[in-house]
Design a protein around this ligand. Structure first.
Ligand code: FAD
Length: 378
């Protein structure tokens, strides 16, 4: 077996790391401590430089104008990005491909997917509701066909990241007539953020750079052509996104961040050697799991089980590493002169968003109990 990264992926990781050191690490002191945004002009400059460096959209399929490096490539790019606390700008940097829209219809691809890939329009993902998070099947937002070619949306969404910067939202709603079609009729819609009847009513301040929003839909009319897939299809379509998030979005950032913090502690001579050794062993194991799961996903295998294993392991390890490194530095560890406290605050989202740690444990156990996954791989 050849465990080496394909040369083009290894090269992309090296070049992204160089970009991180040259362009993003110097930005760290200027990033607001409780936000992950840049002034538009600075963001534009950064994107221009990233494109000029040939690092834009490398993990997007070639059919949509990307580099075709797949999930392995996305992991590599994002592992490099994890070496800066400015990783939270990832959505600006062509490293959050709009995977959910790969299944969209032709017109939707033209209006949403391709502009999103080019970085001209951005979307947000509106699933969670005040009364339905982990139990996403309990969402209550109604999408009722009006018999004249439109759906009428009524309900609320909460913790929708970047809704206040997005041009459109992918909204999950229940089409009551489609209940029998599967998954309680839960269906996905593309909704432009300026559609009448859709309002952002609150920005929720958090301990990190996240400021997710609460949205209200009141008689919000959406053309039937904005429905993605068939009624009742939403979770089947979203599965691909969850697997991508749990393998290629969250874990590689955790791996890069943990590596940077450990390296910093070792370099500064503050690391407790036995503990640092143990954390380094676990980090090496997570990195192997990461690329193995991504490689299997790129081969079209069902990796839902591995995605949960990885998310649960990588996200908790990163929090443990950042917490220990802060302790090793003493009070300075909490100071803003070092990147560690920022990592700790920003990475905290990963044990909650896209499925909590407990939900990953539940998915893993359910797979084992139902025989979809095994402890023994023989
Ligand atoms: C920073 C941030 C950004 C987010 N961005 C988005 C976004 O862009 N779009 C979006 O749709 N959502 C987003 N979310 C929401 C996130 O996905 C949900 O918060 C998460 O799925 C948990 O749902 P909940 O908030 O309803 O909590 P609950 O489901 O009420 O969970 C509360 C606690 O109970 C535990 N729990 C729940 N059910 C079980 C069970 N069966 N067994 C054991 N324990 C259980 C959970 O693990 C958790 O510890 C974001 C959240 C955060 C914090």
């Amino acid at each position: 077996m050849d465990f080496r990264l394909p040369p083009e992926v290894a090269d992309a990781r090296r070049r992204m790391r160089a970009f991180v050191e040259a362009e993003l690490v110097p930005l760290e002191p200027d990033l607001p401590p409780f936000a992950s945004a840049l002034p538009p002009a600075a963001a534009g400059t950064l994107v221009g430089r990233l494109k000029a460096a040939g690092l834009w959209a490398l993990a997007v399929p070639r059919a949509y104008g990307g580099g075709g490096l797949g999930l392995v490539g996305l992991c590599a790019l994002r592992e490099a990005l994890g070496h800066t606390t400015a990783w939270s700008l990832a959505r600006l940097l062509g490293t959050e491909p709009p995977i959910l829209l790969y299944d969209a219809g032709e017109e939707q691809r033209r209006r949403y997917l391709l502009p999103a890939i080019r970085g001209e329009r951005s979307g947000c993902f509106a699933l969670t509701e005040p009364e339905a998070g982990s139990d996403a099947g309990a969402i209550a937002l109604r999408a009722v066909p009006d018999g004249a070619g439109q759906y009428v949306l009524n309900g609320r969404k909460i913790f929708t990241s970047h809704a206040d910067e997005a041009d459109f939202a992918l909204v999950f709603g229940v089409v009551p007539e489609a209940g029998a079609a599967g998954a309680g009729g839960i269906t996905m819609f593309l909704v432009d953020m300026d559609t009448p009847g859709l309002r952002i009513v609150r920005r929720i301040e958090t301990m990190g750079g996240d400021r997710p929003c609460e949205l209200v839909f009141e008689d919000c009319r959406v053309p039937a052509a904005q429905r993605v897939g068939d009624p009742g299809d939403a979770f089947a379509l979203a599965q691909k996104w969850f697997v991508c998030d749990r393998i290629a979005l969250q874990p590689p950032i955790c791996v890069g961040a943990a590596a940077r913090c450990l390296a910093l502690a070792l370099r500064e001579g503050v690391a407790v050697p036995g503990e640092a050794g143990l954390l380094a062993i676990r980090l090496a194991a997570v990195r192997e799991m990461l690329y193995h799961a991504a490689w299997r996903a790129d081969r079209g295998e069902d990796v839902r089980h591995e995605a949960s294993l990885l998310k649960a392991t990588a996200t908790t390890l990163a929090l443990e590493v950042t917490a220990r490194v802060m302790d090793w530095f003493g009070p300075a560890g909490m100071g803003r002169a070092l990147p560690v406290e920022r990592y700790h605050r920003d990475l905290r989202r990963f044990t909650i968003a896209a499925g909590t740690f407990e939900i990953q444990q539940y998915i893993i156990a359910r797979g084992l109990l139902r025989g979809h996954a095994g402890i023994d791989v023989l």
